[in-house]
Ligand binder design. Structure first.
Ligand SMILES: Nc1ncnc2c1ncn2[C@@H]1O[C@H](COP(=O)(O)OP(=O)(O)OP(=O)(O)O)[C@@H](O)[C@H]1O
Ligand SMILES: [Mg+2]
Length: 331
């Protein structure tokens, strides 16, 4: 159905870029939307790898079909008007009128009362027999890490009992995103949720994104610094493709993050990301490394181990520039 290297200008990202790549992920996600899933699904991935963009694009694609009701919540927005987006598209004021009692709430309450929102929509718009997709972006940043278990379990209960039985929906999928290593580790312990990893973009897909930015550095240079992370590429673009400036900024940031950590152990992690789980976990919590999920748990094409890109079997640097910075700082 989709071309191998996918680009769709009917959807533009916040920065005005055409939606690019993610064919593998979209095929899996669309299948899940179609059939529903009995547990919530949490998509975990490096900061800036494109989780929010993918979730918004999914909503865009689903809005083309009459089969779906989509409730999208951007949990980091201040106001309900900004945070809540609904498919089928109805007039914004109309939704607010329908959800009058909720409009005055803050986003936390909206998240907790997601059942009420769905209930109002389904009954007022007579939408039973549809497929329900709930998309919540950055949920745990909003609710706090202490609520990760409780909230996810509540969603699980809603899927099994309330959504399917009371509202007579055809299928239900609840998809959440997080870039917090701690929340992912917590959730992996439980059977009432499934965690999937979204990795940075594929080599060929990333090239299509790079070409949209009228680049002034070679593609290989961009790839070797960013490893396919779109936000990192946008930072290079903002720095007017001045690689030295970009690298200096990363060096300054990383030097603060690692100043209390042992240099010899960091050096070993630079050589082999799998060499020190204990330190890798510390670096995951500080935003520099990530525990990879492979096989069934990887939504993207699995990243191949690659020393230069800082990818091991189990652990990876979130972007290669972090690994390069630590290599320099620990010399
Ligand atoms: N598939 C894509 N096509 C085009 N641009 C993209 C794509 N994915 C990401 N981008 C660009 O990269 C930027 C960063 O991506 P995004 O905000 O979606 O990442 P994220 O994983 O949600 O980050 P965070 O972990 O901070 O929430 C976007 O604003 C967008 O411009
Ligand atoms: Mg995001």
């Amino acid at each position: 159905m989709m071309k191998d290297y996918y680009i769709d200008c009917s959807f533009k990202s916040r920065e005005g870029l055409c939606f690019t790549d993610r064919k593998v992920e979209l095929e899996k996600l669309l299948k899940l939307c179609e059939k529903g899933y009995h547990t919530p699904i949490v998509v975990y991935g490096p900061e800036g790898c494109g989780k929010t963009t993918l979730l918004n694009y999914l909503r865009h694609i689903l809005s083309r079909s009459k089969e779906f009701v989509v409730v999208y919540v951007d949990a980091l927005q201040e106001s309900v008007q900004e945070a809540l987006k609904i498919v089928p598209e109805i007039d914004r004021r109309e939704i607010m009128k329908m959800l009058e009692s909720l409009a005055r709430m803050d986003i936390r309450e909206i998240l907790v009362r997601v059942y009420d929102i769905v209930h109002i929509l389904i009954t007022k718009l007579k939408l039973s027999k549809k497929k329900l997709v709930i998309l919540i972006d950055d949920v745990y940043k909003c609710l706090g890490l202490e609520n990760v278990d409780k909230y996810t379990k509540m969603l699980y209960e809603l899927i099994g009992w309330k959504f399917r039985r009371e509202l007579m929906l055809d299928s239900v999928l609840v998809l959440l995103t997080t870039s917090e290593g701690v929340s992912k580790r917590e959730l992996l312990k439980h059977t009432y949720v499934n965690v999937y990893m979204l990795w940075n973009m594929s080599h060929n897909g990333f090239k299509l994104l790079y070409e949209q930015l009228r680049p002034e550095i070679s593609f290989e240079d961009a790839w070797i610094l960013t490893g396919g992370n779109p936000r990192a590429l946008l930072e290079l673009y903002e720095d007017n493709w001045n690689v030295d400036k970009y690298v200096r900024r990363i060096l300054q940031k990383v030097s603060v993050i690692i100043e209390d950590l042992p240099k010899d152990r960091l050096r070993r992690l630079v050589e082999d990301p799998d060499s020190d789980v204990e330190l890798a976990r510390v670096l995951e919590d500080r935003g520099l490394m990530i525990r990879l999920l492979r096989g069934e748990l990887c939504l993207s094409e699995e990243p191949s181990p690659d020393r230069e890109l800082g990818i091991g079997e189990k652990w990876a640097w979130k972007i290669p520039a972090y690994r390069l910075a630590i290599e320099k700082l620990c010399r």
